[in-house]
Design a protein around this ligand. Structure first.
Ligand code: PAP
Length: 293
């Protein structure tokens, strides 16, 4: 814990959890932006109807509606301390479960929504994102090859890696404490967005009422948060975040299996084997993109 306090000073030293906090947890490039948009729109639907012309999601990147706590993003000790946010707070993290402060994991603990995605698509999405953002800052991207990124990813040498260990920790916790940890699959959400959103709302303690269902609210939120809709907004097309990264970089194709346009069959086979071996017996299967939970 002492070493971690030095490494992630904000989240470990300053953060005081509240019983009604909701954490959105993910390995980078697994659908974080989408999950942020969906949970924000759902929790704030009384104040902001999805049809509102000035809905915050029409004016801001979802990343600016739900902030990261800890390793990446605002420094809890300096700017925008989470303490000023109204309850229930929604905060996001890319940290592995085992590196979350004990205050979040132990006792009553906070509610955590984890979004998981097929690692081959995660890898390719991350490689393309890093190339694009590096080019924005004038860095040489020619030498940043997929082969090199692939080799490092397979060794688990990447931010928050290894991917499968990240997923497994949250998966096991979701089995142990299903009321506290919800495990969602990006691929399942793409296939069944409305039922996934209902599950998310219920878990967050704000299930949709019959009246809301009849009024088409679920579909309206799904539509507002869809890749196409968010991508078409001015703030996404023309804006940048506090790091100077263009908002549009967070929205690319958003499909299942784009890895096949980049990875060779041999690469896919190698990564599938590593992931399959690591997850054997866990009940979590990331080779096929579907999971029953
Ligand atoms: P982050 O870790 O930097 O926040 P994250 O949002 O987790 O990134 O992942 C980005 C991926 O989610 C991109 O996938 P792709 O590169 O394979 O296309 C992005 O396109 C996708 N994405 C972003 N917003 C949405 C959305 N509203 N619906 C579906 N997918 C989305």
């Amino acid at each position: 814990e002492e070493a971690l306090t030095g490494y992630f000073p904000a989240i470990h030293a300053h953060f005081v959890p509240r019983p009604d906090d909701i954490f959105l947890a993910s390995f980078p490039k697994s659908g974080t932006t989408w999950l942020k948009a969906l949970s924000f729109a759902t929790l704030n639907r009384a104040a902001h109807r999805p049809s509102d012309a000035d809905h915050p999601l029409r004016r801001r990147n979802p990343h600016d509606c739900v902030r990261f706590l800890g390793a990446s993003g605002a420094d809890e000790a300096k700017d925008e301390p989470a303490a000023v946010l109204r309850s229930p707070r929604v905060l996001a993290t890319h940290l592995p479960y085992s590196l979350l402060p004990e205050r979040i994991r132990e006792g009553e603990g906070s509610r955590i929504v984890y979004i998981c995605r097929n690692p081959k698509d995660v890898l390719v999405s991350g490689w393309l994102f890093t190339k694009k953002t590096s080019a924005m800052f004038g860095l040489d991207v020619q030498s940043y090859t997929l082969q090199e990124v692939f080799d490092l990813f397979c060794e688990g040498r990447c931010i928050n890696g290894p991917h499968w260990q990240h997923a497994l920790e949250y998966w096991e916790e979701s089995l142990r404490r299903p009321g506290k940890v919800l495990f969602l699959m990006y691929e399942e959400m793409l296939r069944e967005p409305a039922s996934s959103l209902r599950k998310l709302a219920e878990f967050m303690g704000c299930a949709f009422s019959e009246e809301e269902e009849d009024g088409g609210l679920v579909d309206a939120i799904v539509e507002l948060c869809s890749l196409g809709e968010l991508k078409s907004m001015d703030v996404i097309k023309n804006g940048s975040n506090h790091l100077g990264v263009k908002n549009e970089t967070y929205f690319r194709k958003g499909v299942i299996g784009d890895w096949s346009n980049h990875l060779t069959p041999e690469m896919a086979e190698k990564l599938d084997k590593i992931v399959g071996d690591a997850l054997q017996g866990s009940g979590l299967d990331l080779s096929s993109p579907t999971v029953s939970n």
